[in-house]
Design a protein. Structure first.
Lengths: 193, 603
C-alpha cells in the first residue's frame, strides 16, 4: 500500500484510451488505493493527440502528473509515445502499441512519419515494451479487444494481482465476450513479461 | 460513474455535481452546453424527478432558473465561463431580487483554454455581481459544496455561484453518496413586487439589502467549514482555493495552509489570524490575482503573482518551483514530431463547405463549434472567430466598413445551435440595417462539439423526447432574408455554384448546408458503403487530398516508381482511401475528375 504511481495514457482521439484508463483505475481502487484521473474533453478529442493522467496512492491530492513524473506510460500509437517525453524520466516504462496513425501533415504528403521513432525513448534509458496489440487481439479472435491487450501488458507493472483485473473483466464485460477478453488480457500480459 | 462499494462511487466532478443537485432537491435545471460544464446537465437529466432542459443560450437558462426560484423551488443553472458573460444581465439583477427557492449558478472555467476562446477568471463575477461564490477542489467537495450552496442561497436570500474548472469537471475521484432532500412542491405564484419588480424605486431598496446580506455573508465566511486553517510548518504559509489547493498540498505537504472554499466574500479575520501565524505568506491561485488583490487591500503583506504565473493552469511543479526555484529538475526536452491537431471527422459535412470557401476570394467570419476547425490547414478557411453567435454581426460590421464594394467579399459561417443561441439577432441586424454579406448556416441537426446535445432545431428535448424543430429556412425568411438557398454540402461542386451565386448578390443571403453530423447515433448505426480509389485512374492531382479527410492519404512515389507502375513519368504519387475510416460522404468523389474514386461495397 506504500506504492504511489503516476500513469500517463496517450494516443489519438477515438482509440479508446479513456476506457483502458478506467479499467486500470478500477483495479487500483479494488486493491484499496485512492486515485484521481484527469481527462480533457471537447475540441481536443476530434482525432487529435489525447492523454489521460492517472495517479494512485494512499492519498492523492493533485489530479495532474508533474513533468518528469510519469513512472509508467501506456501509448496507443508510436508517435504519441514520444510526444510526451518531457513527462518521462530515466527508467520510466513505456508500454506502446506498435501502430502508426498518420497525422494530417503526413497523410497529405507534407511531412514524413518519423523513422525509428521509439529510439528517442530507448536512447534516454527509458524502458520500451512494444506490443502489437492488433495482432494479439486478432490471434485471440476479436480485433476489438486490442484495448484489453494493452491493459494486460500494462498490468505487469502495477501493484495489483492478476486476479483483480480478471474479476473486473468478468464483472464488466457482456457475458459472451468474457472469455475472449480474458484471453486478450492474458496475451497482453504474457507479451509484456 | 462506477460503484466501488455500497455508497462509494468513482465519478467525475460533473457527475458528482449532478448527484449533488439531485440530493439537494433541485426541481428545475437549465443551461447551455459548453466544455467543461456539459456533463452536469447530461447526468442530471438521467435522475428521476428533476426537470432539466437545454436552453437556447445561457441568458435564457439563467432566467428560467430565476423564474423557478421565484416560484419557490430549488433551481440550478450550468454554463461555461464565457456563458456567464451572456447570462450576466439577469445575474446582476438577480443579486438584487434574491431568491425564494435556492438558486445556484455553476460557472465552469477553462484555465489553459483546452476548449475555449479565452480563459477569463469568473471569480471576478462574484465580486462584481455581489454574490457569494464557492470553489471546490475535487469531485467529492464539488458535490458537498453544491448542496451547501443551496442552503446558503436560501439562508441569505441570494443567488450563489459555484466555480469549477476543467480539473474539477473532468477529473474523476472517489465520491460518497448522500441522502436526498425531497424537492419543494409549489402550486401557485405568490406576488412579491417588493422583491420581484426591479423598478428603480424598488431596486434602490433592494440595493441596500444586497450590502446587508454581503455583510452577513462575510461573517458567515469566518465560520463556514469550507474555510479552514490546516496547521503545519509556519515558516511558509499558503492561502489558496480550488485546484490550486491540491498543488500546494503536494508541493509543500508540511506547510500551514488556509484553504478558502468560499472565495467570495473573504473571511478577513481568519485571513489576518493566519497571516499573523506564518512568517511568510504566499497566495497560490490560478489566473487572476483575485484573492491576492483583496488580501493586499486588507493591508496584509504577501507574495502572489510576483511568483505564480497569471496565465494557464498551474500544477504541482509550477507551484513548487515558483516558490522554491532550487527545486527545479532537468526534464527531457520535447522531440520535434509532426503535429496531430484535432480534425473534422471523416465524412463531416462541414469539410465540403470550408473546402469551397478556401477556393473563393472571401473573408470568412467564423463562429464557435466543430466548424472552427475549418481554420486549420489544409482548408485554412476561417479568418475571424470571437464569440458564440458573433459571426453574423461581425461580418455586418466588416461589410459596413467596406462600403458598397464590400458585398461580395464577406461570408459568415455558423452552426444550427449557435445560430439559435445568438446568431439570429445578428441576422436581424443584417437585414434591418442592410448589409449584403452571405451567411452560411451549417445545419448538422445537433450541437456537435460538446458531444451531441439536442437543441431547438434538432427535434428532440434533452431527454430525447420529440420536440418542436425550428424551421431554419422559415426563420431566415421571417426576419426578412429574401434569398435563402439549401445545399447538400457533400456535393462540393454543386454547392460551390450556389455559394458563388449567393455571394454575388448585393442583398442579404443565407445558404443552409443540410447534412447530419456523422457522430449522430443514427449515422453511426447506419450501414455505410465506403468509397474506394481506382488507383489505376489516379493522376496524382491531389484534389481529394486537399479536403484533409482523415480517410484519405497520399503516397509519394520513389524515383522511377511512377513509370514502373505505368503512370506518367512526372506523376508524384497517388491517393488512397482507407475504407475502414471512410464514412460514405462522397465529397472526394464529387471532386475527382478522373473517375478514380467510386462508391462500392467496401465494408
Amino acid at each position: 500500500m506504500e506504492a504511489t504511481g503516476n500513469i500517463l495514457f496517450s494516443g489519438v482521439g477515438g482509440q479508446g484510451i479513456l476506457l483502458a484508463s478506467e479499467v486500470t483505475v478500477y483495479s487500483l481502487l479494488a486493491a484499496g488505493y485512492d486515485a484521481k484521473k484527469s481527462e480533457v474533453h471537447g475540441m481536443a478529442q476530434r482525432g487529435g493527440s489525447v492523454t489521460a493522467q492517472l495517479r494512485y496512492g494512499k492519498k492523492v491530492y493533485s489530479p495532474l502528473i508533474e513533468p518528469g513524473g510519469a513512472d509508467l506510460m501506456i501509448a496507443f500509437e508510436m508517435m504519441e509515445a514520444v510526444r510526451y517525453l518531457p513527462y518521462l524520466h530515466k527508467g520510466s516504462k513505456v508500454v506502446v502499441n506498435t501502430q502508426q496513425i498518420l497525422p494530417p501533415s503526413v497523410a497529405t504528403g507534407l511531412a514524413e512519419y518519423p523513422k525509428d521513432v521509439l529510439n528517442h525513448l530507448t536512447e534516454r534509458n527509458i524502458v520500451v515494451v512494444p506490443i502489437d496489440a492488433f495482432d494479439l487481439a486478432r490471434e485471440v479472435g476479436e480485433v476489438r479487444t486490442a484495448n484489453v491487450v494493452m491493459v494486460g501488458a500494462l498490468s505487469v507493472f502495477l501493484p495489483v494481482d492478476e486476479g483483480n483485473f480478471e474479476e473486473i473483466i468478468r464483472n464488466r464485460v457482456p457475458k459472451k465476450f468474457i472469455d475472449v477478453n480474458l484471453e486478450a488480457f492474458a496475451a497482453g500480459r504474457n507479451a509484456s513479461k | 460513474m462506477t460503484k466501488i462499494s455500497e455508497n462509494v462511487l468513482w465519478m467525475s466532478g460533473n457527475e458528482a455535481i449532478a448527484m449533488g443537485a439531485y440530493e439537494a432537491g433541485v426541481a428545475v435545471a437549465s443551461g447551455y452546453p459548453g466544455t467543461p460544464s456539459t456533463e452536469i446537465m447530461e447526468n442530471l437529466s438521467r435522475y428521476e424527478g428533476v426537470y432539466t432542459e437545454w436552453a437556447p443560450n445561457e441568458k435564457v437558462g439563467l432566467e428560467v432558473v430565476i423564474g423557478a426560484s421565484f416560484a419557490g423551488v430549488r433551481a440550478l443553472a450550468t454554463m461555461k465561463h464565457v456563458g456567464v458573460n451572456v447570462a450576466a444581465d439577469p445575474l446582476f439583477t438577480a443579486a438584487y431580487t434574491g431568491v425564494c427557492g435556492g438558486l445556484v449558478l455553476i460557472t465552469a472555467d477553462d484555465p489553459e483554454m483546452h476548449s475555449s476562446q479565452n480563459e477569463q477568471d469568473n471569480r471576478n463575477y462574484a465580486f462584481a455581481a455581489k454574490v457569494p461564490m464557492l470553489e471546490p477542489s475535487d469531485p467529492s467537495e464539488a458535490k458537498e459544496m453544491l448542496k451547501a450552496g443551496f442552503d446558503l442561497s436560501e439562508e441569505l436570500d441570494t443567488p450563489v455561484m459555484l466555480r469549477i474548472t476543467t480539473r474539477v469537471s473532468h477529473v474523476k475521484g472517489v465520491v460518497t453518496k448522500g441522502e436526498r432532500k425531497a424537492p419543494q412542491v409549489v402550486e401557485s405564484m405568490i406576488k412579491r413586487p417588493e422583491k420581484f419588480v426591479m423598478l428603480p424605486g424598488i431596486a434602490r431598496k433592494r440595493r441596500g439589502i444586497v450590502e446587508e446580506r454581503m455583510t452577513r455573508c462575510r461573517e458567515l465566511a469566518e465560520t463556514i467549514s469550507f474555510n479552514r486553517i490546516e496547521e503545519g510548518d509556519t515558516k511558509k504559509g499558503f492561502i489558496t482555493s480550488g485546484v490550486s489547493y491540491l498543488y500546494v498540498k503536494e508541493a509543500f505537504p508540511e506547510a500551514a495552509v488556509l484553504k478558502l472554499g468560499m472565495c467570495w466574500p473573504l473571511p478577513e479575520k481568519k485571513i489576518r489570524q493566519f497571516a499573523e501565524m506564518v512568517d511568510e505568506l504566499y497566495i497560490v491561485e490560478e489566473l487572476d490575482p483575485f484573492l491576492e488583490t483583496h488580501i493586499k487591500a486588507m493591508g496584509i503583506d504577501c507574495h502572489g503573482k510576483d511568483l505564480i504565473p497569471n496565465q494557464g493552469e498551474l500544477n504541482t511543479a509550477i507551484v513548487r518551483q515558483a516558490i522554491d526555484p532550487s527545486s527545479k529538475v532537468d526534464l527531457f526536452a520535447p522531440v520535434a514530431l509532426p503535429n496531430r491537431p484535432p480534425n473534422m471527422c471523416a465524412g463531416c459535412p462541414h469539410r465540403g463547405i470550408f473546402f469551397n470557401l478556401s477556393r473563393m476570394k472571401v473573408f470568412v467570419s467564423g463562429d464557435i463549434g466543430c466548424y472552427t476547425l475549418g481554420f486549420l490547414p489544409p482548408l485554412s478557411a476561417m479568418d475571424s472567430c470571437v464569440c458564440m453567435g458573433g459571426s453574423i454581426s461581425i461580418a455586418h460590421g466588416m461589410a459596413k466598413a467596406l462600403g458598397d464594394g464590400g458585398h461580395d467579399k464577406i461570408v459568415s459561417v455558423i452552426g444550427d445551435s449557435t445560430f439559435i443561441h445568438s446568431g439570429v439577432t445578428g441576422l436581424i441586424n443584417t437585414v434591418y440595417n442592410q448589409s449584403a454579406s452571405t451567411l452560411i448556416i451549417l445545419d448538422n441537426r445537433i450541437t456537435a462539439m460538446t458531444g451531441q446535445q439536442q437543441n431547438a432545431t434538432s427535434g428532440y428535448s434533452m431527454k430525447g423526447e420529440a420536440a418542436h424543430s425550428i424551421d431554419i429556412e422559415g426563420l431566415c425568411r421571417a426576419v426578412g432574408v429574401e434569398h435563402v438557398y439549401k445545399v447538400n454540402p457533400h456535393d462540393v461542386v454543386e454547392t460551390r455554384k450556389i455559394l458563388q451565386e449567393a455571394v454575388d448578390l448585393d442583398v442579404p443571403s443565407v445558404v443552409i448546408a443540410e447534412a447530419p453530423c456523422v457522430l449522430l447515433p443514427e449515422m453511426k448505426e447506419r450501414k455505410t458503403v465506403s468509397y474506394f480509389t481506382n488507383q489505376e485512374n489516379c493522376v496524382g492531382c491531389k484534389s481529394c487530398i486537399r479536403l484533409g479527410c482523415p480517410a484519405l492519404s497520399w503516397t509519394t512515389f520513389a524515383e522511377g516508381e511512377a513509370e514502373e507502375r505505368g503512370y506518367r513519368k512526372k506523376q508524384k504519387g497517388i491517393s488512397k482511401i482507407d475504407e475502414i475510416l471512410c464514412n460514405d460522404c462522397g465529397q472526394c468523389a464529387s471532386l475527382c475528375k478522373f473517375d478514380a474514386i467510386t462508391r462500392g461495397e467496401g465494408k
